[in-house]
Design a protein around this ligand. Structure first.
Ligand code: NAD
Ligand code: USQ
Length: 405
């Protein structure tokens, strides 16, 4: 298939673009590198030294003889986005190109607004571009499990049958998101559902859980293809953060009691789920929702698993309970359905000792790049405006040290 990967310089997008390319699909990557700018703004960097996109794409194409293409630009720029759709004429578009950090969206008004403008306008532009230029193209949009929040009932895949005052209907599952970022995904979902209904577009909203891991078969083929491994308090996801903390003997930063339960998946399953969605497109006018995760854990369970694996590798791993900087339930019921991707053939990678060992080993390998000032949370949900202390990255410290001598 011809598949456009929007946000292909990012964590999920890069792994997905290479996987789809390796499977023989004709892939085009679109990105405006704004995520690299956000890292500069925050003074953070990925644990792994990622190369510039043009360089890693050239290495991939040379290594495999494929011809994955690159389009540099912003999805909130309609002229650019529509010219991409006209030129590439994709059969599927996988849309990862959003600001995806909950803490980033909670820093202050400016970051809340920029997150929602970037995400909602980008997706709205894409819906209009598809309608105008390529209405049969299947939109595979990355949503999030966090759209649902943590209701005291089972979470269905997108829709719920309700009986009310003697009448029945199937309605969108209620949404109770926990950050301005998660809210942007809810707004996207509503816009996508509406566009499918009025224009007959076809879409799959992948409500993804928290992703972990960094190595996929494709990025393992050359050091230049290495993927991101974020561990800072704004962009680092919880299991990746805990592995980096364990690698240098820093206590694991469990927020509150740690009973917060979420759906999780290995990045190797992210890429497979996306391909399954592309190969089995939604029908015209249909807006499907798949819950994209493979297992659910509480944050404390995750910390205990990392602790046990770390100890086997001879690491000292303590668990700290910090006051929770977020407003979220620390103990709650959680049971989310996730059978639709399994029905399409997904064979999950479950979180195992060997995977934790390999994640810890990646963290140990790059331990010289670990900056401990990125561990403690500085963005607090209760503040209207968070002042983040200026941070100096490990790389900058080395540069300054070099200059001083
Ligand atoms: P990421 O920040 O690593 O990658 C996002 C990419 O999109 C970046 O390369 C960025 O430069 C690009 N981008 C952002 N706005 C853009 C714009 N306006 N125009 C062009 N490019 C733009 O994020 P990720 O972890 O790969 O997440 C990708 C998607 O998956 C997001 O939509 C996120 O909400 C969703 N998701 C991620 C996770 C996770 O755990 N990482 C979990 C659930 C859902
Ligand atoms: N947490 C800790 N300690 C930490 C970091 C996080 O206890 O050091 C807790 C958080 O309080 C939260 C849970 O771990 O309860 C998950 O936090 P996270 O930062 O790993 O994930 P989250 O903010 O939910 O966001 C990530 C991605 C986002 C995606 C979401 C999927 O950044 O793009 O949408 O996972 S979901 O959680 O299902 O909404």
């Amino acid at each position: 298939m011809k598949i456009g990967v929007l946000g292909g310089d990012g964590y999920c997008g890069w792994a997905t673009a290479l996987y789809l390319s390796a499977k023989g699909h004709e892939v085009a990557i679109l990105d405006n590198f704004v995520r690299r700018q956000w890292d500069h703004e925050l003074g953070v960097q990925t644990l792994t030294p990622i190369r510039p996109l043009a360089e890693r794409l050239r290495v991939w194409n040379e290594l495999t003889g494929r011809t994955a293409e690159l389009f540099v630009g912003d999805v909130t720029d309609y002229e650019f986005l529509s010219s991409f759709v006209s030129q590439f004429q994709p059969e599927s578009i996988v849309h990862f190109a959003e600001q995806r950090s909950a803490p980033y969206s909670m820093i202050d008004r400016k970051h809340a607004v920029s997150t929602q403008v970037n995400n909602v306008v980008g997706t709205l532009n894409l819906l209009f571009a598809l309608r105008e230029i390529q209405p049969d193209c299947h939109l595979v949009k990355l949503g999030t499990m966090g759209e649902y929040g943590t209701p005291n009932i089972d979470i269905e895949e997108g829709y719920i049958s309700i009986e009310h005052n003697g009448r029945k209907d199937v309605l969108p599952f209620p949404k109770q998101p926990g950050s301005f970022y998660h809210l942007s995904k809810v707004h996207d979902s509503h816009n996508i559902m509406f566009a499918c209904k009025i224009w007959g577009l076809r879409a799959t909203d992948l409500n993804q859980g928290v992703v972990y891991g960094t190595v996929t078969d494709e990025v393992a083929q050359d050091e230049a293809l290495i993927n991101r491994f974020d561990y800072d308090e704004v962009f680092g996801t919880v299991l990746n953060r805990f592995c980096v903390q364990a690698a240098i003997g820093h206590p694991l930063t469990v927020y509150g009691r740690g009973g917060q339960t979420r759906g999780f998946l290995d990045i190797r399953d992210t890429v497979r789920c996306v391909e399954l969605a592309c190969l089995h497109p939604a029908a015209p006018g249909e807006c499907r929702v798949f819950n994209q995760f493979t297992e659910q854990f509480s944050v404390l369970q995750i910390a205990q698993l990392v602790q046990a694996s770390g100890r086997k590798l001879g690491l000292t791993v303590d668990i700290d309970h910090l006051s929770d900087p977020r407003v979220e339930s620390e103990d709650h019921y959680y049971n989310a359905k996730h059978s639709k991707l399994i029905d399409l053939g997904l064979q999950p990678h479950y979180l195992s000792d060997s995977l934790l060992d390999s994640l810890l080993n990646v963290a140990i390998r790059y331990r010289d790049r670990i900056d401990t000032s990125m561990f403690m949370p500085q963005v607090n949900w209760r503040n209207a405006s968070n002042v983040r202390r200026p941070q100096i990255t490990a790389g900058e410290k080395a540069l300054f040290a070099g200059r001083a001598t």
